[in-house]
Design a protein around this ligand. Structure first.
Ligand code: DPP
Ligand code: ZN
Length: 873
């Protein structure tokens, strides 16, 4: 494949100052006239031809400065338009193209979703609308005239502000939108369709009035209220936390049902996967509400981190994504419980980014080369990218961080920037050289920090020795790793002095280092990497008793949770290795663990239910596989984890019933999506799940009752999920009832598909195959595909990686079919094979055979070929 490399970057030879688009929407033949004000770029080559990108385009007319261009003066294909000798002064090119939005199943460019015209241009979809310099460092001012049948598309939306609208004759009408802020083509958007609207006014801190609106499918406007409110809260938060105000008269969000990503931050016109907009107590879980809040905020925050300051090239993707994820994490933490949110962030990072970084698809946060940029919207760019920003803040402190951000926005406003520009702002602010820190952007892989502790009772000192290593970078200079830490004694945190620890953070910037605390009167347990202060793995030999002391006594919530996780992880890994779980007897270590959990619950469950629910949650099967790292047998992990769950459920016994009942009473009847109410539901459902793990009959009955009486989707789905783990009539009846009840609710049906895809039983493979033939299944709808097939491949390790290879084959066949309509979606599904090298040899062989057959059949899209090639490397 042709690789595009960072080192080959050079500025565009031409620039486009303004773009005027005239779009006549038509289901099969949409006509686009683009008028581009071009000029040679002083930083480019002066004698270069004009080379415009295209993708699947039909050129119907071309003129230069108003004159039809001689066919000898240019060449046009579906994927490029070249003007051989363009003028050396500013000139105007007028390009007329035709596209078929109905046939566009790739969901890139202009397409239709349930009859609504919409666009997706990131990363390179604009070239599917017109020929263009489709690269983020070409920034232009856009004016868009949209015309459509007034009946088919009464709502017409574009970027920026509405300047004009009216009838256009013959039952058609038009609207003209003007966006005064120069932007790259990937931020272009338009929408036309029948949509309901909810709106509210907002006044920015600068006194600018802005109308906020959410557009949804007709009849669904009552489900848009939460998203609308989240927009206003995001705007206020960005003003307060970062001093960033909104900059247009309107901010529109449109929800569509067919969308490759979660959402898209087009200037003034965010287009969303409706999964991240629509919410009602009967259709959305607490997790859905939290995701809506987060993603609304994320896309809004891009207005500054991404739009006002954009990326020079796609290698800089983390510049906007990592930074914006960091911003949305901070927002959610302020809206909800910071401690609980941080644990969720780290769980996501470990579940998605750590395995990516450990497998064949590993890449630096700033990649150096790509064949298909759409395959780099990854957990590494987003989540690890956010962790880098977080580390930067802990290194320089919150005040300097905020000042550096202000400087970054001021210095780069209206520009296409790089990671270097970002770091330069903080260097300028602090006078600090950040070139060592910048290595985080270049090195793939998860660093390991191994730690040894040494207590000298006579000297009253405690010494910590650190060593960092990163596979594949043994000969490279070390990383700069901020390690937040403290010491914990029998009665709680110990105040001990160590000059190398400022503000509770030790910065490990050498391969090995050691620090000494003085005035330590008892043997302490170190609490390391508090708040998960760096995206690393910590290795330290420590006893369960020490870890459980942290659960009981540490002040850092993250490490309290981590302590319980570490003990559970050790127990599961040990049982997996032995693969002979003690059937009845919990064994001494599990008993100590269960006792510690019981003590914790008795003291704290009622005061912080959300946190308690997290402490009760065991590491996932995927987490355990990553921890084991090689020769993984998913069945053995599943058995070991199930056994431990049963032991915990039995050990906690009646306590769980009391919690389940207490949380039911405390939640009350009226639904509220706030974090505290959600926390009570989370704890109740964690209790339910453990009750069922201990005793299927009793748990099954309790779940059936909860299923029948549930007042919220959270409770109904949790009950169904507990039931789904218990084979039998009750399960099938509940699944059937749920499917019937929500037959007309696509987003709820997605949950129904997903739940069934997750059942860890042999029969699931035929269940999933049958569901592919269900009338509600559609390979053209990404949400549906991800719900059934994505969940099967990513969240059902025992069945996807079946020893007979049937899970792999099912996925390979499905991906091949989907590749024919939507390559981006297919490529994303294929990443499920990214962990195949970690499996034991029998399953590894099955994976190789399946992937080999897949490759040899040929005819693959570039997206899929890229993932496949790297997976097999
Ligand atoms: N829409 C995607 C996001 O916001 C890509 N920009 O992350
Ligand atoms: Zn983003």
């Amino acid at each position: 494949p042709t690789l595009i490399r960072l080192e080959d970057y050079r500025p565009s030879d031409h620039l486009i100052d303004t773009v005027e688009l005239d779009v006549r929407l038509h289901p099969r033949e949409t006509r686009i006239v683009a008028t581009l004000a071009l000029r040679p770029n002083p930083d480019g080559r002066s004698d270069a031809p004009l080379l415009l990108d295209g993708d699947d385009l039909t050129l119907t007319r071309l003129s230069l400065d108003g004159e039809i261009l001689d066919p000898a003066a240019y060449s046009a294909t579906a994927s490029a338009l070249t003007v051989h000798e363009p003028p050396r002064q500013p000139f105007t090119l007028t390009i007329e193209t035709r596209v078929d939005p109905t046939a566009n199943t790739k969901l890139m460019g202009l397409y239709r979703s349930s009859g609504v015209y919409c666009t997706q241009c990131e990363a390179d979809g604009f070239r599917r609308i017109t020929y263009f310099l489709d690269r983020p460092d070409v920034m232009s001012v856009y004016t868009t005239r949209i015309e459509a049948d007034a009946d088919e598309a009464p709502v017409l939306l574009g970027n920026g502000n509405l300047t004009e609208a009216g009838p256009a004759g013959q039952g058609r009408h038009y609207a003209i939108w003007h966006d005064p802020h120069p932007k790259p083509a990937y931020l272009f958007a338009l929408v036309g369709g029948r949509l309901d609207r909810v709106s509210r006014p907002f006044t920015t801190m600068e006194g600018r009035p802005a109308s906020l609106a959410v557009y949804v499918e007709p009849g669904k406007s009552d489900r848009a209220a939460y998203a609308l409110d989240a927009i206003a809260r995001s705007m206020t938060w960005d003003e307060e936390a970062f001093g960033r105000a909104y900059d247009l008269d309107v901010f529109n969000v449109v929800a569509v049902s067919d969308f490759n990503m979660g959402a898209m931050e087009n200037k003034g016109l965010n287009i969303f996967n409706d999964k991240y907009v629509l919410a009602s107590p009967d259709t959305a879980t607490d997790a859905d509400y939290a995701a809506i809040e987060r993603i609304i905020a994320h896309e809004y925050f891009h207005n500054w981190s991404g739009n006002r300051v954009t990326c020079r090239d796609w290698f800089q993707l983390c510049l906007k994504e990592g930074l914006t994820v960091f911003r949305d994490q901070e927002f959610s933490s302020d809206m909800r419980s910071r401690a609980v949110h941080r644990i969720g962030e780290v769980r996501t990072l470990r579940a998605r980014q750590f395995p990516e970084d450990a497998g064949p698809l590993a890449h630096p946060v700033r990649p150096r080369a790509y064949a298909e940029i759409n395959n780099f919207y990854t957990a590494t760019v987003y989540e690890k990218g956010a962790e880098i920003v977080r580390m930067l803040r802990s290194l320089i402190g919150a005040a300097a961080f905020r000042a550096g951000m202000d400087r970054y926005f001021a210095d780069n406003d209206g520009r296409a920037a790089t990671v270097e520009d970002f770091l330069a702002a903080f260097s300028a602010e602090t006078g600090r050289d950040l070139s060592d820190f910048a290595r985080w952007y270049e090195r793939p892989g998860t660093p390991v920090v191994s730690v040894e502790g040494d207590y000298d009772a006579a000297a009253r000192t405690y010494c910590l020795r650190f060593r960092q290593r990163l596979a594949g970078a043994e000969d490279s200079p070390p990383l700069v790793i901020p390690i937040a830490l403290g010491l914990v004694g029998e009665g709680g945190p110990i105040a001990a002095a160590c000059e190398r620890v400022g503000e509770g953070v030790f910065v490990l910037d050498r391969a090995c280092d050691e620090i000494v605390f003085s005035g330590v009167d008892e043997r302490p347990v170190p609490s390391l990497l508090r708040g998960f202060s760096a995206p690393v793995r910590i290795e330290m030999a420590s006893s369960d008793a020490d870890r459980l002391r942290l659960l009981a006594r540490d002040t850092d919530s993250f490490n309290r949770w981590q302590a319980a996780q570490s003990v559970a992880m050790r127990l599961i890994v040990e049982r997996t290795r032995a693969d002979a779980p003690p059937a009845e007897d919990a064994g001494p270590d599990a008993r100590a663990f269960v006792e510690a959990l019981a003590t914790f619950l008795d003291a704290e469950a009622l005061s912080d239910p959300a946190f308690a629910a997290l402490v009760l949650g065991l590491p996932s099967e995927g987490d355990v596989a990553n921890e084991i790292g090689g020769d993984v047998d998913p069945d053995a992990i599943h058995r070991a984890r199930r056994t431990l769950r049963r032991q915990i459920g039995q050990g906690l016994g009646r306590r769980l019933d009391s919690l389940h009942a207490a949380m039911t009473d405390a939640t009350g009847v009226a639904f509220s999506p706030d974090a505290a109410s959600a926390g009570r539901r989370a704890l109740r459902n964690a209790a339910l799940d453990l009750i069922a793990a201990a005793d299927e009959v009793r748990g099954g009955e309790l779940a059936a009752t909860q299923f029948a009486e549930a007042a919220t989707m959270t409770d109904r789905l949790a009950a169904l999920s507990t039931l789904a783990a218990i084979p039998g009539e009750a399960r099938e009846a509940a699944l059937h009832a749920f499917g019937v009840r929500y037959a007309d609710e696509p987003l709820v049906l997605d949950k129904w598909f997903a739940l069934q895809a997750m059942i860890p039983e042999d029969g699931t493979i035929s269940r999933v195959a049958a569901l592919q033939g269900h009338p509600a299944f559609a390979i053209t709808n990404p949400n549906r595909v991800r719900a059934l097939l994505g969940t099967f491949a990513m969240a059902n390790p025992t069945q996807f990686a079946r020893p007979d290879g049937a899970g792999f084959r099912l996925m390979a066949d499905a991906i091949r079919t989907i590749d024919g309509t939507n390559p981006q979606l297919a490529a994303r599904l294929l990443t499920a094979f990214g962990s195949w090298k970690m499996l034991e040899s029998g399953r590894r062989t099955q994976a190789t055979v399946t992937l080999g057959e897949f490759a040899s059949a040929g005819g693959l899209s570039r997206d899929v070929a890229d993932i496949l090639g790297r997976t097999l490397e």
